[in-house]
Design a protein around this ligand. Structure first.
Ligand code: NBP
Length: 473
């Protein structure tokens, strides 16, 4: 019997998505380049399920009911192109290929044009939620033609995470839009993780909280309407774990050098190209880079001293201030991510519905959080909102809490604790809210050394000044 769906790539994500798809009533054919993964999968988790193993792409394609629907879950980059090239001669017009990996959106644009010229249909679909999400319901961000989406809609709406107002999937837009939105989702995820890391550092280093207190603080924050989220929840869980051998907090035994796979860097590169300011996300990517030069930092620690002072603080007050600083910074980080999506949508013709983007991130994905309902509401109330900071609820929150936020950033500076994402967020807020910035001087300098011209605030037109001549009489 022909299967209604096919999946290529049985690593972590592929295996779990295959089981999710089968559990939701879609018998599935699977294929993996290395045969042993397929055999292991069939002998273990897929045993007794409606999963058909195949051992060549010819056999895989023949096992599928036309028009074929094929989800590719292999490593992003060259492997996706390799799979597509092998599939091309085996497919028929009307067949649908879905790339569910973390592909660069520009690659997706290229592949879409290439494959659609052959009469095939291509969907670039961001998938978020890691292993657990893939199995029990991820957040899905499919981009392509609307008619292609409609063909996979019955499947994706069932396998996605379900929240109060629907499945965590929607039609994103044309071409590479699904992968673009997933990329920005990951950039926001970098920001969230860095902000939480900074809160932990401040609470531990300045506030003097021990592991049990850190655990209790993050667990309590997770109960709040504002900070309730998957990342805060797992942070509290992490503080519960001690090393079985030493009984020390396991997190304190982990090397402080963070890895990255590229989606954060791509978000930064795209923002710089589009001219959108995303300092919190840039700070998060930078923080991972700085953390990774561990040996150099260890050597520098012997040479370069800081204030080395622990500020005397009332612990309970400080915990509340850090919570407020974290929340204000998080609002700024999401404001940046949403502004980037808005600019990309206008630039690339994606037609993104920002309220829907927030809605489909409410479940299944790594940045899932109660807070996203507020963002959804803000863009539902005003789809043209120029910046999240101007939404009534967020505006009031920041105005009410900025004193605590400033106090935390000042304390960090005084005690020599780096808080790059907290500071970048505060800088973003202060830059965005100030009517006059010092770039009048920048413009004067550009005109001085490069005759780049400038505009004036008191009269229209473009001006150039012979600065050196005037300065020297
Ligand atoms: P990996 O990214 O680790 O990729 C491993 C899979 O790619 C294996 O099935 C491997 O086959 C296959 N593959 C490679 Br490598 N080169 C190939 C080639 N030339 N031809 C055919 N197959 C090839 O798997 P993953 O972690 O499950 O992630 C899959 C995708 O989903 C990636 O794009 C990833 O970025 C994205 N993603 C991952 C997560 C996560 O939490 N892991 C979350 C969200 C998105 P083999 O067995 O023969 O080597």
């Amino acid at each position: 019997m022909a299967q209604s769906f096919g999946l290529i790539g049985l690593a972590v994500m592929g295996e779990n998505l295959a089981l999710n798809i089968e559990r939701n009533g879609f018998p599935i054919a699977v294929y993996n380049r290395s045969r042993d993964k397929t055999d292991t999968f069939m002998a273990t988790r897929a045993q007794g399920k409606q999963v058909q193993p195949t051992y060549s792409l010819e056999e895989f394609v023949a096992a599928l009911e036309p028009p074929r629907k094929i989800l590719i879950m292999v490593k992003a980059g060259g492997p996706v192109d390799a799979v597509i090239e092998q599939l091309k001669p085996l497919l028929a017009p009307g067949d649908i290929l879905i790339d569910g990996g973390n592909s660069l959106y520009e690659d997706t644009e290229r592949r879409t044009q290439d494959l659609e010229a052959l009469g095939l249909t291509y969907i670039g679909m961001g998938v978020s939620g890691g292993e657990e999400g893939a199995l029990n319901g991820p957040s899905l961000m499919p981009g392509g033609t609307r008619s292609a989406y409609e063909k996979i809609e019955p499947i994706v709406t069932k396998i996605a995470a379900q929240v109060d107002n629907g499945p965590c999937v929607t039609y994103i837009g044309p071409g590479g839009s699904g992968h673009y939105v997933k990329m920005v989702h990951n950039g926001i995820e970098y920001g969230d993780m860095q902000l939480i890391a900074e809160a932990y550092d401040l609470l531990k280093t300045v506030g003097g909280l021990n592991q049990a207190q850190l655990q209790a603080t993050f667990a309590a924050w997770n109960q709040t309407d504002e900070l309730n989220s998957f990342l805060i929840e797992i942070t509290a869980e992490i503080f519960k774990v001690s090393d079985p051998d030493t009984q020390e907090p396991l997190v304190e035994l982990i090397q402080d050098a963070a890895g990255q796979k590229g989606t954060g860097r791509w978000t930064v590169m795209s923002a710089l190209e589009l001219g959108v300011s995303i300092p919190t996300i840039i700070a998060a990517v930078n923080a991972r880079i700085m953390s990774s030069i561990k040996a150099e930092r260890t050597a520098a620690a012997q040479e370069l001293s800081g204030p080395g002072l622990i500020a005397p603080v009332d612990q309970a007050t400080f915990i509340d201030q850090v919570r407020d600083a974290l929340y204000c910074s998080k609002i700024c980080s999401y404001a940046q991510g949403m502004a980037l999506l808005a600019k990309a949508s206008a630039e690339f013709g994606y037609g993104l519905n920002l309220a829907e983007m927030a809605r489909i991130w409410k479940g299944g994905c790594i940045i899932r959080a109660g807070f996203l309902s507020k963002i959804e509401r803000a863009f539902t109330d005003n789809p043209q909102l120029p910046n999240l900071l101007l939404a009534p609820e967020f505006k009031q929150t920041i105005l009410d809490r900025q004193a605590a936020w400033r106090s935390v950033v000042a304390t960090a500076a005084q005690t020599g604790i780096a808080v790059p994402a907290f500071s970048a967020s505060l800088d973003y807020f202060d830059s965005y809210r100030r009517d006059r910035l010092p770039q009048n001087l920048t413009q004067a300098q550009r005109d001085f050394f490069g005759a780049h011209t400038y505009e004036r605030i008191d009269k229209p037109g473009t001006f150039h000044t012979e600065w050196a001549a005037l300065a020297n009489g």
